[in-house]
Structure formats: structure tokens, C-alpha cells
Design a binder for this molecule. Sequence first.
Ligand SMILES: [Zn+2]
Ligand SMILES: [Zn+2]
Length: 213
Amino acid sequence: MKITTVYDNEVTEEGLKADWGFSAFIESEGLSPILFDTGADGPTLLHNMRELGINPRDIGIIVISHAHGDHTGGLSAILKENETAELYIPSSFHLSATGRKVTIVKDAIQICQDVFSTGELGGVEQSLALKTGKGIFVVVGCSHPGVGDILRAASNFGKLYGIAGGFHGSRDFKAFDNLSLIYPCHCTQCKNEILNSFKDKAFKCGAGLEIEL
Ligand SMILES: [Zn+2]
Ligand SMILES: [Zn+2]
């Protein structure tokens, strides 16, 4: 399984644009490619996808973590490019997408093989739990329900391995103790503290980052 960060507050590669928001592209053999969140701005998202060699038409499934504009702003641009992708959105996000398959997520569900949603936690946000050979890798948007609660929900799908995404203002560093890989991205307020506290397993995030699992 490969996760590519396509939209983030920072970049890891020249030629990509940094902007406040988050989006990640997830691909795996035999799996319909997934776009998790869409950043804040359509043209910026499409620019970064082009630079990274990702064709918006290849996306089979779009998952929106929560209703905030820095995660949903690029959605209409993607829907214009891609007429067939299915959507999985939390019930707190209101979207009219006629002629498309839209699944409204409240409880935990399986999205496709090896890909699960934690369900809409705290009535606001869903996260992805990816089943990999190394364990469960969790992809989060902003972690508004709290990193600890998200990891607890994701652990229902197997032994936890790692996490990537925005951790917002979380200071719940104990939640990371059992993880082997941590990428604090996007809105994480304590990026430097996390990178310094978990030197052997926490790494910088940014658009262009590729995580192979
Ligand atoms: Zn955000
Ligand atoms: Zn948010």
C-alpha cells in the first residue's frame, strides 16, 4: 500500500504548492485508488496531483474526513474531472452530488478490501484505518475528536502500526507510545515536540511525501 500526501501546509518536493489543508492519495494492488480529503483549493490540488503523476480520473473512491473547507474545498474541482468516483462522507457534511453513489457514514464501516472508516467520531469526523502487512495505519484529517479516541476506534480493526495527518492541538503524546510510525501533518500544533519526543519513529510531513507500507 502506498500513501502520497498531495496537499499539506508544507511541501517535501520542489514544484509542489503548500497551502493550509490536507489531502492524501492511497493506492494498493487490486484496490480502487482512494482520495482522502481534497485540500482547500481546487487548482492547487490539481496542480499537485499533476506534479505527482496522479490522474484525477483514476480515483475510484473519495473519502471526506469532515466538513471543514480546508478538507472539502477541492472536492468540486475533482468531481468535475472525475464523473464516476464514489463518495464516503460523514453525516455532518452536507453535499448534493446527483447521479453519484454517496455513502453517508455514521458508524464504523468497511469501504473496500483492507480499508475501513472509524465512523464519524464525536459527530464530526471520520478517519481511515488501512490494514497493511505491518498493522493498521491510520490516516486522519484534523483529529477534532482527539487522537486518542481515533486510535482507540481504529484499533478495533487490528494492531496499530502508524498514523499520518493533522493532529490539531493534541498533546496526548501517550497515544503515540504504541505506534511505530508517526507523521504529524497539516494543522498539528505540536509538530516539533512530536518530532523531538519520538525521534526514531516520527518524521516530517508535507505534500509529496510517500509512505510505502
Ligand atoms: Zn484541517
Ligand atoms: Zn478541521
